[in-house]
Structure formats: structure tokens, C-alpha cells
Design a protein around this ligand. Structure first.
Ligand SMILES: Cc1cc2nc3c(=O)[nH]c(=O)nc-3n(C[C@H](O)[C@H](O)[C@H](O)COP(=O)(O)OP(=O)(O)OC[C@H]3O[C@@H](n4cnc5c(N)ncnc54)[C@H](O)[C@@H]3O)c2cc1C
Length: 441
């Protein structure tokens, strides 16, 4: 029997713009009793929600308790930029790399299919659409070092794309900020908080979701005992979907890199401002360098999203003064890109916490005889977290699914240096990354 106290818990600062623009929602009741279940799943982000649903489908006679520290949609899963991306960011050109990309796409597309099935089945209103996305570059170096190889690699994968030159791109996006883009059609865009709420509110009958139920203690052994603030659960098996918090549960110690990322959502543009912008409706832009430059969206309800700034943050907390500074910076970046919209303010600015590994590998699979997980989604959790959650459930139920092998092929998170050497190394590496990509801002 191993026992741990979980001292660092998620906090909701109520800043998430995606949930602010939705109607109010009543959270499910917290756990306030001592209960038993056949399965306990911890964390109701994409990974935990997909795991709980899949367990319930695989074992319709079993009971599944899903525990969430806060309210669904307020976590990273509800705070992201809302890109369900079907392609790897870096493909490579060797046969092994191309095979790896094919496996990656199979995983990502299985997650997209899963979401589309749930959205259709339950009528989830989350602005889900398929406008594709523009992978952009700001500098000649970005075009040469990133976009051109990316286009060649897409050809080698036999994936369709369009090379978009500057003049055409300016017209499509309403900004003259970019040099060129590679457009790919498979990406879906969504309001992530609405999707997470919709998934959580339409769980199979044998899943009970407990919100505002932070797990504070865990005992593992032949039986799992999970302690919460006002209750406890005993279950024979557990799936962990707590992403950047996994090492606080005693797993992946010194293998995870907790990062923070910031996003802002503008107020809705007026009809006159939309005319001044004069671009296509509903587009999404991802940058050549995700650390240095900006992800942007023009949403169906005519807001502009700016996601900039990913940084190492092992405390998983951010100060109000830093968020204020980010809001000012996002407004400045907005003004540089959209000088025709000087009066448009950023209505919401927020921080979310994600989990990276040094080698980009996820935390997936069997951790103990009766403990499985899907964590560390490396900032692409809409698809990878979802696929990981479903496959962790299949693995736990002994179901043969070739995608489990694809997931395992992505590897294991590398072991990291101890702190404070780790902190110094990660910050130095990030500073180098930002300097190297400085022309891409
Ligand atoms: C600003 C931003 C933009 C991003 N953009 C994109 C994007 O466009 N596309 C994309 O694919 N990804 C994006 N990401 C990354 C994506 O959001 C994450 O990879 C994804 O949400 C991870 O899902 P998850 O279920 O693994 O973890 P999470 O969403 O972090 O969920 C983990 C859950 O575990 C719960 N938990 C933790 N500890 C406890 C505890 N002690 N007790 C109970 N519950 C606990 C947390 O409350 C949380 O709800 C972005 C992230 C951010 C922050």
C-alpha cells in the first residue's frame, strides 16, 4: 500500500473568457459521503472525460466515479485556443518519421471523430466547425525554415494543403502581418469550454461526476482509496487524467514540465468593424513557432482570440499583476495586426496550465496493476488528451485496439534534471527559443 497527500490543488480564478460568454451552468454536486465504485477517474478535462465515457461504454454494468477539483470547462481543457488539430506540428521526412506522422494522424482523427459523434448525439452547441487552419510565418526565415519544409512533408504524407501567398492571405485574414501560410483543411475550431461542459453534462448513466471535489489523498494497492475534502471513494481500479498535476499524485516524478499559457478574447466586433476588417468569417491561425509567436482566431460570433506567451510555471499559479501585463501586451499585439480596429478592447484575458515533456512524449498507459493514465498532452490535448483517455480506458478493460500501440509508440516522457538545475535549464532553453524566433512575433 502506498499513500500520498496531494498538496498542490488546481485553483479557478474565474477569468476564462470562453465560459464567460456562455450561459450560466449549475455544477454537479460534490462528493460528501463514503462510497464504492468499480472505477474512479480523476480529472474532468478531455482525458478524464473520454476515459470515463469509454469505461462506461466498455463496461455498462460497472459504476464509474469521475472526480473534478473545480468546475468543468474552467480547466485547461476549457481555456485553450479551441483548435482540434489533425496533423503533427513537425512531421520530418525520413520513413520512420512519416510512419510516425501517419500513426499520429490516426490518433488525432479518432479523437475528432469521437467529438463529432458526441456533439451530434447530444446536440452540443460548442461552435464546432471545420474551417481548417493557416500555419503562418511572419519572416523570410520562418517561410524558409518552417513553412517550406512543412509543405514538402505534407506532400510526402499525401495530405492536401494550399500554399497561400501574402496578398491572398491579407485578404482572407484581414491583416497584413504575415508573409505566407500553409492552409490545411482538417482542423476543427470550437468553443472549448462549451465542448467540455457538453461532454460532462451528457455522460452515460453509469458515470457519476462530482465537481468541486479536489482529491487530497490517494492510497494505491490491491484497492484504490481516494480521499476528498468531504468524502472518500474505494475502487478496484483508477484512471488518472490530471495532466500537469500528475507528479503530485506520485507519478512521472521529474518527467513533467508544467507550463502556463495566456489567451485573450476581444469583445464582439460591430457590423462596421467587421466591414473595416473585411475578411473571411471564422478562421484560425497557428504560428511557425508556438513559443515565440501568436495563435489567433476570428470566431463565429466575431471576436478575435490572441494566444501568446507559453512559459515554464511549476507553481501552477499566476498573479493578477502579471495577467494585467499580459492583457496590455495582447492589446498591443492586436493593434499591430489590426490597426483598422483601434477601439476594440480585449474583454477577457486568462491563464491556463498545460503539461509538456522534454521529448514531447505523453504520459500514457499502465502505471500500476490497477492504475492507468493519460496525462502530459504537450499542448495538443483537444485531440491527444481525448485519444489518450479513450485508449487508457480500453487498455484498462483489456480491449484490443491498435491505436493503443500507436499511443505507446509516442514514447515516455524523459527524465529531467533535479531542481533548481531544471528551472535554470528550461528557462535558458526557452530564452534561446524566443531569441531564435524573434522575427516571428
Ligand atoms: C491558453 C491555452 C491554449 C491552448 N490551445 C490549445 C489548442 O488550441 N488545441 C489543443 O489541442 N490544445 C491546446 N492547449 C492545451 C490543452 O488545453 C491541454 O493539452 C488539454 O486541456 C489537456 O487536457 P487534460 O484533460 O489532459 O488536462 P486538463 O484540462 O488540465 O484537466 C485536468 C483536470 O484534472 C483536475 N485535477 C487536477 N488535480 C486534481 C485533484 N487533486 N483532484 C481532482 N481533480 C484534479 C483539474 O482540475 C483539471 O480539470 C492550450 C492550453 C492553453 C492553456
Amino acid at each position: 500500500m502506498t499513500s500520498r497527500q496531494i498538496s498542490l490543488l488546481p485553483q479557478n480564478d474565474n477569468t476564462n473568457g470562453w465560459s464567460h460568454i456562455l450561459p450560466p451552468r449549475t455544477p454537479k454536486s460534490p462528493l460528501e459521503a463514503s462510497i464504492r465504485a468499480d472505477w474512479v477517474v480523476i480529472g474532468a478535462g478531455y482525458a478524464g472525460l473520454a476515459a470515463a465515457r469509454r469505461l462506461a461504454e466498455n463496461r455498462p454494468d460497472d459504476t464509474v466515479a469521475l472526480l473534478e477539483a473545480g468546475e468543468v470547462g474552467e480547466n485547461a481543457s476549457g481555456r485553450n485556443s479551441g483548435f482540434a488539430i489533425d496533423l503533427p506540428h513537425v512531421i520530418g521526412s525520413s520513413k520512420d518519421e512519416l510512419d510516425g506522422s501517419h500513426r499520429y494522424m490516426a490518433l488525432a482523427r479518432s479523437a475528432i471523430d469521437y467529438h463529432e459523434t458526441q456533439i451530434e448525439r447530444y446536440g452540443i452547441d460548442c461552435d464546432w466547425s471545420q474551417p481548417g487552419k493557416y500555419q503562418t510565418a511572419v519572416s523570410d526565415k520562418g517561410v524558409r525554415d518552417f513553412l517550406e519544409p512543412f509543405a514538402r512533408e505534407l506532400e510526402a504524407l499525401n495530405e492536401s494543403y494550399t500554399w497561400v501567398e501574402k496578398s491572398d492571405l491579407d485578404r482572407r485574414l484581414g491583416t497584413s502581418h504575415f508573409k505566407a501560410a500553409v492552409y490545411t483543411p482538417g482542423c476543427r475550431l470550437l468553443n472549448p469550454a462549451a465542448l467540455v461542459r457538453g461532454l460532462a453534462d451528457n455522460m452515460p448513466e453509469n458515470v457519476t461526476l462530482y465537481e468541486n471535489t479536489p482529491v487530497t489523498g490517494l492510497e494505491t494497492g490491491s484497492e484504490i482509496r481516494v480521499t476528498t475534502r468531504k468524502g472518500e471513494i474505494r475502487a478496484p481500479q483508477m484512471i488518472l487524467g490530471v495532466n500537469a498535476f500528475a507528479d503530485h499524485f506520485g507519478y512521472y516524478i521529474r518527467q513533467l514540465l508544467p507550463f502556463a499559457a495566456n489567451a485573450s478574447l476581444s469583445r464582439q466586433l460591430t457590423p462596421a468593424e467587421r466591414d473595416a476588417l473585411g475578411c473571411e468569417d471564422n478562421w484560425g491561425v497557428t504560428p511557425a513557432n508556438a513559443f515565440a509567436s501568436i495563435t489567433m482566431r476570428y470566431t463565429n460570433d466575431h471576436r478575435i482570440l490572441i494566444r501568446n506567451n507559453i512559459y515554464y510555471n511549476p507553481t501552477l499559479r499566476e498573479s493578477q499583476s502579471y495577467q494585467d501585463e499580459i492583457a496590455r501586451r495582447h492589446k498591443m499585439l492586436f493593434d499591430e495586426r489590426f490597426p483598422m480596429l483601434p477601439d476594440v478592447n480585449m474583454e477577457y484575458t486568462w491563464t491556463g496550465y498545460l503539461c509538456l515533456s522534454q521529448n514531447g512524449a505523453p504520459g500514457f498507459g499502465k502505471l500500476d496493476d490497477n492504475v492507468y493514465c493519460s496525462v502530459c498532452q504537450n499542448a495538443i490535448g483537444v485531440t491527444k488528451g481525448t485519444a489518450g483517455g479513450m485508449l487508457a480506458a480500453d487498455m484498462a478493460c483489456g480491449i484490443d485496439n491498435e491505436l493503443i500501440g500507436y499511443m505507446q509508440n509516442l514514447g515516455e516522457p524523459n527524465k529531467l534534471a533535479p531542481r533548481p538545475f531544471l528551472d535554470i535549464g528550461v528557462r535558458a532553453r526557452l530564452a534561446w527559443e524566443l531569441w531564435n524566433a524573434r522575427r516571428e512575433v
